[in-house]
Design a protein around this ligand. Structure first.
Ligand SMILES: Cc1cc2nc3c(=O)[nH]c(=O)nc-3n(C[C@H](O)[C@H](O)[C@H](O)COP(=O)(O)O)c2cc1C
Length: 214
């Protein structure tokens, strides 16, 4: 095993936020990707991937996403929509859907639906409801819990906390085992790494949880 005993220091305040952003992205990885479906108050469907994504409470289930301002200081459509409607759906991103998820990240105007641009079929759920994402085997139906703006200016994120109200699983995942969940190969998720690298989850290993010997 390689031991690390000598280090050099980087102080974020001595670098541009963009340099620190790229460095942090290459350190905190692989990150899960939330494919967020939302709808504007005028009814345009929106779809975009977000990898500052995690579970932050379980009883009841709450998930977190951090959504940055655009580089021009404007709010991303996803954040605008979630604030306006309080509703969004999070789909998972498998290797088969990775390219479309990436296509849906392009900075389209607010009036353009990324469902159309990335050729992802929306599964309609009624007026004012964000659609399901037909390329995702799992849809988490979320209700906004709160947003927390983490500062001012470029590079600042807004933490979005959402209550998971319903979990919709594709019938192709029907045989889930309670206490174990869905097998990783059935999900086939990809993870976001630094720069333009992604990870597949096909190379997994098992390790039983450690216990204290008495
Ligand atoms: C895989 C991936 C993950 C991303 N993760 C985030 C993220 O966590 N936070 C964020 O603000 N932008 C993230 N982005 C960029 C957004 O997807 C992008 O800004 C998108 O245009 C936002 O769309 P919207 O304006 O329709 O909401 C990510 C992009 C990709 C390709």
């Amino acid at each position: 095993m390689t031991l690390h005993t000598e280090f050099f220091d980087i102080h974020p305040r001595n670098h541009s936020w963009v340099d620190i952003y790229h460095l942090m992205n290459s350190i905190v990885q692989p990150r899960p990707i939330a494919w967020i479906s939302s709808v504007s108050d005028t009814g345009t469907f929106n779809l975009a991937p977000f990898s500052y994504f995690n579970i932050c409470s379980m009883n009841p289930p709450i998930i977190s996403n951090s959504i940055f301002y655009n580089r021009d200081g404007s709010e991303k459509d996803t954040l605008k929509n979630i604030k306006a409607t309080g509703k969004y759906v999070v789909g998972t991103v498998s290797f088969l859907a990775a390219e479309k998820a990436n296509l849906s990240s392009a900075p389209y105007d607010s009036g353009v639906s990324e469902f159309d641009e990335a050729k992802v079929r929306p599964i309609l759920r009624g007026p004012g409801e964000p659609p399901f994402i037909s390329e995702s085997p799992v849809q988490l139906v979320c209700e906004l819990n709160q947003t927390i703006l983490l500062g001012q200016g470029a590079g600042v994120g807004t933490l979005v906390l959402g209550n998971v109200k319903q979990i919709h699983l594709s019938t192709q995942l029907k045989d889930i085992e309670w206490q174990k969940g869905i097998l990783p190969e059935r999900m086939g998720n990809v993870g976001r790494m630094g720069a333009d690298f992604y990870a597949k989850t096909s190379d997994v290993f098992r390790m039983p949880r450690a216990t204290v010997n008495k």
